[in-house]
Write a protein that binds this ligand. Structure first.
Ligand SMILES: Cc1cc2nc3c(=O)[nH]c(=O)nc-3n(C[C@H](O)[C@H](O)[C@H](O)COP(=O)(O)OP(=O)(O)OC[C@H]3O[C@@H](n4cnc5c(N)ncnc54)[C@H](O)[C@@H]3O)c2cc1C
Length: 603
């Protein structure tokens, strides 16, 4: 029986009988294992690769270190940020981001800067882009169900075509119309209206800091995961490399054992009390024993992935360009992004006059790029680098290729239904949780992948987090990281300040008040009496035809005043509401545009 989290947290009881099997030694699996240690539960990790880190590992070729695509460390989750810093100490660099887009022979600063874009595009194209942006704001296209419409509605068609279409299609290998809009919405979640208003009123530097700088371990992301591994092993856990899970047996709604392949050492089987899996969910389904019902298996077959390969070119020079990476939009070359690893951290390249450049190609297992020999890939990458004018052919002295299958879970038209079928089936197992990027078929970054692992470990120890809400439910993201102001108090103030005024009620109140004032003033003057009753008030008769300072006149005045003030009050309330809606719309748009400034980074 699994002890409750409070039992475990409070005492120092080691629970050797409570062991959690964790499949996959990437960020999600290692974070789950790390969290288990807090609860004195023993994690046993099985990783099929020869190193930890998964897609976030650091590879080495000779003395050159490189990532599988540059991995920036940034997060809005305080617990993850804390964990990263705790693990890395002084080895966590803060890197000032520099990146550009290469398009039609020109380099554009990215995130886009107005003057730079204007100078590169020229006045005519800039005006066209502006007009198309205005058009999109006035008449956005609905339904907004694919990526193309999603971006065009926010940036306008021309900007979309110039800066987003080609690169996105290189990454995904399919037309933007076939990419689901919810992919963009999940990846590029804007702030909620509440947060946008809070930011507008109290200010926030978060969006800026995400774009301008990031953290990076001195020797690449793999350094982080090596430290996790060391920590887990030092504290009684196990991280078994070169162990591929090949079978998962189950009975009566529980996973009972896992079989793994130790290579030359053969197959081994271990009983399971609790299991957390970060391996691709479609692969997990396929190694279940007995196999799942056909619809589940079919749904798994239908989930698709985009793969990735990096050609690392060794250059006989340092300082080729100052960016960490450049997005390549030009359709005439296949490369999608180019990394300059020395600009991530000097320790990624050896001392001396050489450097390394990562040419990133997005592909699909079995396609022509994936199947090319390493030599051909290196030749092609070298030719493309030279064609882009970033290096001379003669400076390229060596190269290597790393292939990363299943790098991107694809959000195609069927993915959501397929995932629902698989999820519903897997939820019937009481001791299985799936976490991480491919483990949940979610386009998660390291931080979200880690968070799912951490919460799964907490669940093993008695908590009840819904892992599927991470990144969907903003509270997992935002509330932890905005200690700006007391959130409930702010909400109360906002609710009062931004409440809609009921036009009819406001108009009736204004009319009644104005009517009563003039009615009572008239009556009071009559009661007061005197030689010349109400000589001043009588002048109102010039506007309120028929009005006299008499009892009947008091009623006439009431009716006139009520009617005029009613109209005036209604107009005031209407305009105030209109202004409020426009104001909130502007805040929301502004915050959305700010959060979209680094859209390319999320593709
Ligand atoms: C090109 C690229 C750039 C990226 N850049 C960033 C970035 O800048 N910042 C950021 O935060 N995130 C970035 N990411 C995302 C980041 O890489 C992932 O979020 C993260 O690696 C996911 O961690 P994970 O543990 O869920 O999965 P993975 O990293 O995929 O780890 C899963 C592990 O399971 C293992 N495994 C699979 N099958 C089995 C099996 N049968 N048995 C045993 N083990 C198995 C795999 O070998 C792997 O080690 C990037 C991703 C890509 C592709």
């Amino acid at each position: 029986m699994v002890p409750s989290s409070s039992d475990l947290k409070e005492g120092n009881k080691l629970c050797p009988e409570s062991t959690v099997i964790i499949l996959g030694g990437g960020p999600a699996g290692l974070s789950a294992a790390h969290e288990c240690l807090h609860y004195k539960v023993r994690p046993i990790v099985f990783e099929m690769g020869s190193m930890v880190g998964g897609i976030s590992r650091t590879e080495a070729y000779k003395e050159y270190l490189f990532d599988i695509g540059g991995h920036r460390f940034f997060t809005q989750m305080a617990n993850i940020d804390h964990l990263w810093r705790e693990m890395m100490g002084d080895d966590f660099l803060t890197v000032s981001r520099q990146s550009r887009i290469y398009y039609r022979g020109k380099f554009y600063d990215y995130p886009l800067k107005m003057t730079n874009a204007f100078l590169n595009l020229g006045p005519i194209e800039s005006v066209r882009i502006l007009l198309s942006y205005i058009q999109a704001q006035i008449s956005p296209q609905f339904p907004e169900d694919n990526f193309e419409q999603w971006v065009a509605n926010r940036f306008g068609w021309r900007l979309y075509q110039t800066f987003f279409k080609t690169y996105t299609e290189k990454v995904w290998g399919m037309p933007c119309q076939q990419i689901q809009a919810d992919w963009a919405a999940q990846r590029i979640k804007g702030l909620s209206l509440k947060s946008a208003v809070i930011n507008a009123m109290f200010g926030s530097s978060k969006v800026k800091s995400l774009i301008d700088s990031f953290n990076y371990p001195t020797r690449g992301p793999g350094m982080m995961w090596d430290r996790f591994k060391d920590h887990i092993e030092k504290n009684g856990g196990e991280v078994n490399l070169n162990c591929r899970a090949t079978g998962i047996s189950h009975e009566n709604g529980r996973i009972t054992s896992v079989t793994y392949d130790r290579g030359e050492a053969g197959l081994e089987t271990l009983p399971v009390a609790q299991i957390i899996s970060s391996i691709p969910i479609s692969r997990l389904v396929k190694i279940l024993d007995p196999p799942p019902p056909k619809p589940v298996s079919d749904a798994a077959d239908d989930l698709s992935y985009r793969s990735f390969l990096i050609v690392v070119l060794i250059i006989n020079k340092k300082g080729l360009f100052s960016d960490q990476w450049i997005y390549i939009h030009s359709p005439h070359v296949q490369v999608g992004r180019i990394q300059n690893f020395e600009n991530w951290s000097k320790a990624m390249v050896p001392e001396g006059p050489t450097s390394s450049i990562g040419m990133e190609y997005f592909c699909t297992i079995g396609d022509s790029t994936w199947q090319m020999t390493d030599d051909t890939l290196i030749e092609r990458a070298a030719a493309e680098l030279a064609e882009l004018g970033l290096a001379q052919m003669t400076d390229i002295i060596d190269g290597t290729v790393i292939r990363q299958p299943l790098a991107y879970p694809v959000y195609d038209q069927n993915y959501s239904d397929n995932l629902a079928v698989i999820r519903t089936f897997l939820e019937t197992f009481s001791n299985l949780q799936t976490v991480g990027r491919n483990g949940m078929h979610r386009y998660n970054n390291m931080d979200h992948s880690m968070q799912t692992g951490i919460l799964a470990a907490k669940n093993v120890c008695g908590d009840q987090y819904n892992l599927w809400q991470i990144n969907e439910d903003e509270s997992y993201l935002e509330e932890e990281q905005t200690p700006l102001v007391n959130s409930t108090l702010v909400e109360k103030i906002l609710r009062k300040s931004f409440a809609r005024i009921d036009e009819l009620a406001f108009a009736t109140a204004s009319g009644t008040l104005a009517g009563l004032i003039i009615f009572l003033a008239t009556i009071w003057l009559i009661v007061k009496g005197g030689a010349n009753v109400g000589q001043h008030l009588r002048l109102i008769g010039q506007y309120f035809i028929g009005y006299k300072v008499t009892v009947a006149g008091a009623f006439i005045a009431f009716a006139y005043a009520f009617f005029s003030a009613f109209l005036f009050g209604w107009a005031i309330a209407y305009l105030r509401n209109l202004f409020l809606v426009l104001y909130l719309y502007r805040i929301k748009k502004k915050s959305e545009m700010r959060s979209l400034r680094d859209l390319m980074d999320h593709l």
